[in-house]
Design a protein around this ligand. Structure first.
Ligand code: CUA
Length: 158
């Protein structure tokens, strides 16, 4: 195709190099598809421009859905979480559903394995059981603008 003269060994190595790239990407793709790997969450989508008026995010808050079981519907936005601080009894299982109406935010609760991303257009789901009483911080760990460092919230487990 190109009228460039390459030494024989260089041509061979170009084929070996690009060939192994294709083989490795192929193996990776095949394994990912056959194992059904996908990003966490249920891949629910929502229009970010209207997220604040779209159910369930038109009424963000904590809803009791069973004994010791809650759903926390939360907006992560510049530069706060809606609703504000939450209070739950110890031993509660909380199903978080989080989205962002503006930019990407973090949703991390230090000391737990809750570490989510609030991505505009997507709803991120995660379930966690708060066994021990105490005050848990929700922190934004994705730089989101001038107010990023003040973006936090509290969960009080009684
Ligand atoms: Cu929101 Cu950083």
């Amino acid at each position: 195709m190109f009228n460039i003269h390459l030494p024989r060994y260089e041509r061979i190595w170009l084929w070996v190099g690009s060939g192994s790239l294709v083989v490795f990407l192929g193996i990776l793709g095949f394994l990912a598809f056959s194992a059904g790997l996908h990003p966490p969450g249920q891949m629910r989508i929502i229009a970010p421009e209207t997220a604040r008026t779209t159910p369930p995010f038109d009424k963000p808050g904590l809803t009791q859905i069973g004994p010791n079981e809650y759903r926390a519907t939360m907006l992560a936005q510049m530069f706060s979480y809606v609703p504000g601080n939450l209070t739950i009894p110890a031993g509660s299982t909380v199903h978080f559903e989080v989205t962002s109406p503006d930019v990407v935010h973090g949703f991390q609760i230090p000391g737990t394995n809750v570490n989510l991303m609030a991505v505009p257009g997507h709803i991120t789901d995660y379930t966690y059981t708060f066994k021990n009483p105490g005050e848990y911080l929700i922190l934004c760990n994705e730089y989101c603008g001038v107010g990023h460092q003040v973006m936090s919230n509290k969960i009080v487990v009684q």
